[in-house]
Ligand binder design. Sequence first.
Ligand SMILES: CCCCCCCCCCCC(=O)SCCNC(=O)CCNC(=O)[C@H](O)C(C)(C)COP(=O)(O)OP(=O)(O)OC[C@H]1O[C@@H](n2cnc3c(N)ncnc32)[C@H](O)[C@@H]1OP(=O)(O)O
Length: 178
Amino acid sequence: MIESLRLLHDRITGAAPPPELLKEMTRAFEDLAVELGLYAVSEREQITGHRIDLPGRGQALVPVFTVDESDDEHVRGSVRFGRYYLGGNGAAHGGAIPLVFDEMLGRLANAGGRPISRTAYLRVDYRSITPLDRDLRAEAWFDREEGRKRFLRGAIFDGETRCAEAEGLFVALNPGQP
Ligand SMILES: CCCCCCCCCCCC(=O)SCCNC(=O)CCNC(=O)[C@H](O)C(C)(C)COP(=O)(O)OP(=O)(O)OC[C@H]1O[C@@H](n2cnc3c(N)ncnc32)[C@H](O)[C@@H]1OP(=O)(O)O
């Protein structure tokens, strides 16, 4: 379902249907929303975002980061920004790119049986435009650890071109911390 939703996001962003069809589709979306509302659950019971076996954890917010190889200190894979993430002139939106870094760095920060941490800061440098509809190489790695503080870095490449890079601080949560 989430795969279909991602496709729908891309198609809606890139389409200009006639008004009658728009009305018809709007009604269909509203009907779906009403039906899903009948099955509302708590955060703990929800499926999306909790399915680590599915692309993008089965959530539709963040572009899917596909892991090719990983260990406790490093992860390497690919990411593709669909039309939904358009900023302008074929380039991904500057707010969409940190979503990917937060996901990549955050998952690595919490990998290897480490206690759960949260993002304290995420700094992103945009080195070149990040093109849509291309498989981009994405990497994240541990830089250093100081007590509860975990410093991680990451980068996204289009071929040899460095599109964006990031540094994030993740702080391990104390017991009982939300
Ligand atoms: C299937 C599931 C998969 C799940 C896979 C999920 C992957 C996605 C992961 C996404 C992760 C997120 O987006 S999490 C959501 C976004 N982040 C948040 O909402 C976090 C909100 N902020 C907080 O909760 C808090 O500020 C914390 C936890 C980050 C830190 O608070 P704290 O625990 O009280 O600790 P505190 O004493 O303030 O700080 C500890 C040390 O860190 C330093 N420090 C703290 N913040 C900063 C900062 N912004 N910049 C510099 N340094 C900082 C302090 O100076 C201190 O250094 P020193 O004096 O010790 O040297």
